[in-house]
Design a protein around this ligand. Structure first.
Ligand SMILES: Nc1ncnc2c1ncn2[C@@H]1O[C@H](COP(=O)(O)OP(=O)(O)OP(=O)(O)O)[C@@H](O)[C@H]1O
Length: 212
């Protein structure tokens, strides 16, 4: 039978120095799911997301469409990872940041059109010639989310990026995440304490702290 899981974590064990965080951890996610990862502070939620996105542990035990990231890093192109801190460039303008990420992600003109249309919807297009360092945190967040949602991906991963968003932006983001997850072969994994985002999840998985 065909494996319909887009992402699988198989028997992942990871820890920092003497502190084990994940032990023989398993999870999978299939298309159209919005998975909420829950758990107390320090349980290992961000650590898991960093393992999935190859920031730590070199992609071992992480499978994207059946291919282990460790053996073929090109499968990471399928992921868009939105963290709580943005990765925008302070000394480039809003417009220049869009183009910078186009090159970085090897994107096409459709990506630029999508980011611009989201910036327009979020009413930040008027800042296109402003340096990022002169923009408010909320405006930065809106641009960062617009870029990362427009990048080609089929796995959207969000790690608490919603704290500085106003209600209107929150509801635009909720609609984007929901419609994104409904597209062909796409899924969403998120860690959030914001209840409006928790409510749109289709499944909740709790990570428990390892007791020594
Ligand atoms: N770079 C690091 N070096 C050493 N220990 C770390 C590092 N990052 C996280 N830890 C430890 O690993 C454990 C899991 O941390 P992690 O950030 O993954 O938890 P979390 O569930 O995301 O927590 P929170 O809800 O507070 O964000 C914690 O005990 C934390 O102190």
């Amino acid at each position: 039978m065909k494996n319909t899981n887009i992402l699988e974590v198989k028997n992942l064990t990871f820890g920092y120095e003497d502190e084990p965080v994940l032990e023989n951890f398993n999870m999978s996610i299939s298309k159209n799911e919005i998975l909420l990862i829950d758990g107390e502070n320090g349980a290992g939620k961000t650590t898991l997301l960093k393992c999935i996105t190859n920031i730590i542990n070199n992609g071992k035990n992480i499978f994207i469409n059946g291919v282990e990231v460790f053996s073929d890093k090109s499968v990471l192109k399928n992921i868009s990872f939105i963290m709580s801190e943005d990765t925008l460039y302070d000394y480039l303008t809003l417009k220049e940041n869009i183009i910078f990420f186009k090159t970085l992600f090897d994107e096409d003109d459709e990506y630029v059109d999508n980011v611009k249309s989201l910036c327009n919807e979020l009413a930040i297009d008027k800042y296109e010639d402003y340096l990022i360092k002169n923009l408010s945190q909320g405006t930065r967040n809106k641009l960062y989310l617009s870029i990362m949602l427009s990048k080609k991906h089929n796995i959207l991963i969000l790690d608490e990026p919603f704290t500085a968003l106003d209600k209107n932006t929150q509801s635009i983001m909720i609609n984007k995440i929901k419609s994104n997850s409904k597209e062909k072969e796409k899924c969403v994994i998120m860690v959030t304490h914001v209840s409006e985002f928790k409510e749109i999840s289709t499944r909740v998985m709790t990570i428990n702290k390892i007791l020594n």
